[in-house]
Design a protein around this ligand. Structure first.
Ligand SMILES: O=c1ccn([C@H]2C[C@H](O)[C@@H](CO)O2)c(=O)[nH]1
Ligand SMILES: [Zn+2]
Length: 294
């Protein structure tokens, strides 16, 4: 079992420990459960889907990296496929506050990067901040997304974000997690560039059209790609680097092990990721960034 889970796992009810043990005992547990695994764990423990999501929160929160706040937020997003995805907050010492990833953003992005089509619900161990509510208002599940919080009845994003501002206010119809391919091509043939290009092609940037994607390679040779997720209110947009680091972290890798990165964006974009990406990568000890333009 990955060392980060040991303490939280030991505090789970015995029946849940028994049901989860075969999944978590692998070092490469992907911080998600498939619909079939969820059904199996529910059958073994007698928990329903929602109770299981709450019970998993301490494991999700154990994935947080919080050198600044030491405040561990965990989230569990459920896709319409029935698969569930962990999320956890990530902080970067030596970078700007704006580089922080919230647990809700982590869970949502985790689901998106793994190809989930739409979210049905999200369960979080603390109330989502205004920034997260706005971030989630970009999703193709819209204000119908169910939000489960400890000690509260289930409510929708619409309940938590009344009089909301969102994509429709800017006449945008393509929403976060909708599938698309922007069709950019590039002659580069190395694996990292190819994955960065694919991420760029799947990025969500309907406001600026400044599509971008990144791929990170770790010292162990693994590759993690992230797509830009733009937001109607602009500031809650999530840069591609954050997407890739979310996936890397949830896969059990250490973000200090990023060896090199390829960022792909358009030439002279209205919104550029390059400088912030370079500076955040430097804060986590990676100075090998190749920035390619389309
Ligand atoms: O909705 C929220 C509010 C805060 N945090 C994180 C961000 C930061 O790492 C820490 C303190 O704000 O908690 C979340 O993950 N979600
Ligand atoms: Zn938040």
């Amino acid at each position: 079992m990955h060392s980060r889970f040991i303490e939280a796992f030991a505090l789970l009810p015995a029946a849940l420990q028994t049901a989860l043990e075969p999944l978590l005992s692998h070092d490469d547990f992907p911080a998600m459960l498939t619909a079939a695994q969820v059904a199996d764990v529910c059958a073994q423990t007698g928990l329903d889907d929602d109770a299981l999501a709450f019970a998993l929160l301490p494991l999700a929160a154990a994935c947080s990296i919080t050198p600044i706040s030491h405040f561990h937020v965990g989230a569990v997003a459920r896709g319409v496929s029935g698969d569930v995805y962990f999320g956890a907050n990530m902080e970067f010492s030596g970078a700007s506050m704006q580089q922080t990833v919230h647990a809700e953003q982590s869970a949502v992005t985790h689901a998106w990067l793994r190809g989930e089509a739409k979210l049905a619900s999200i369960t979080v161990n603390y109330t989502p901040c205004g920034h997260c509510r706005q971030f989630m208002n970009e999703l193709n599940s819209g204000t119908a997304l169910n939000i489960h919080l400890p000690g509260r009845d289930v409510a929708t994003l619409g309940d938590y974000l009344p009089y909301s501002f969102g994509p429709r206010d800017l006449d945008i119809a393509t929403l976060l997690m909708d599938k698309f391919d922007h069709g950019y091509t590039l002659d580069e043939t190395d694996a990292l560039s190819k994955q960065a290009l694919q991420a760029c092609n799947q990025s969500h940037a309907p406001y600026s059209q400044s599509h971008s994607g990144i791929a990170l390679e770790t010292h162990s040779g693994k590759i993690f790609a992230g797509r830009y997720a733009e937001n109607a209110a602009f500031n809650p947009s999530l840069p591609p680097l954050q997407g890739a680091l979310i996936l890397l972290n949830l896969a059990g890798e250490d973000y200090l092990n990023v060896r090199r990165a390829v960022l792909i964006e358009r030439s002279q974009p209205l919104v550029s990721q390059r400088d912030a990406t370079r500076s955040t990568l430097a804060a986590i000890g990676c100075t090998e960034l190749t920035a390619l333009t389309l």
